[in-house]
Design a protein around this ligand. Sequence first.
Ligand code: AHR
Length: 351
Amino acid sequence: MADISELLRDLRAGRINRPEFLRISAALGATSLIPIGLHPTLAAAAANPNMTPASPPKKAKYLIGFSQSELNNAWRFAEQTSMDSEAKVRASKYDFKSTNANGDTNKQVSDVADLIAAKCDLIVITPREVDPLKAATDRALAAGVPVIEIDRTSRGTGGVDFVTAIVSNFVQEGEKVGQWMVANTKGPINYVEFRGSTGAAPAIERHDGFHNVVDSEKRFVLMDSQDGDFTLAGGKKLMTNWITRFGPKIDMIYAHNDAMAEGAFQAIKEAGFTKKLFVGSIDGEKKAIEQVAAGNFSVCVQCDPHYGKRTFDAIDQYFAGAKLEPKITVADKTFTIANAAGLVNEGFGDA
Ligand code: AHR
């Protein structure tokens, strides 16, 4: 069986990476790696890979890094504003350094590297894509910097690769739209699907959730499904094409977020397309809840972007030495004609 010195040789020779080193050493029961020259936080993480590090250092002020994936729709602005304002509220305890990857996954990976180099005590990430951002959290773990993922997740596991993930249940969001459509429509339904950015957790899981419900109902026929990048412009462009291709054969729109549904609605108006469609979307923008109240959208499932307070509460607990749950799920509402008019103020963005 390998011992710690062999593992260190493998690490230095590049045969294993730091996360592998930490995990194998933990499995070997290595409780004190400090005598062989490992940084105390890495030693602590090695002794307890369920927490990174196991014993957070006590400081008068911590530097928190925030890696935002993009600011290309009202949801992401609401999330960023929520993080910025909560950081201000807690400024006596935390300094806050925020980066914006502008929708470029590679930039987000290097943004996280910059936040590690800036000596952040903890980094919060909204991973743009599931797989590529695993490398970023691995790098933080290897450097002994704890990560909290919010709103989206990377390929890793909460409590192992990062401290925790604070997220909505994207599969359930897609299922809720599907359930509404199954219960409230009759006969054949031809539909188009506006997918979120390819490779992003909400795009993958909202697709899966919706299809979990609708695919067993043979009357639902998918005409096309394309990536609209979670933007209004993306939704508008897709709908303009689909009106040309399919015209009034379309009965229903399923959009992975409100921005794309709103873009589709603008395209419908501009094309003078008068057929009434069933529209289901996700997020809970004020504008979308108003569209539900007006009868233009059928159902809107909330995905609450107000991450500031819940994220900093988790950071407080982490530095207080509490063990966080590997996943913290945000509860979301569903807006339909029955409740939307009274709940517009629960939305975000401009009305
Ligand atoms: O990760 C959350 C999703 O990403 C929101 O639904 C969407 O609007 C955003 O871009």
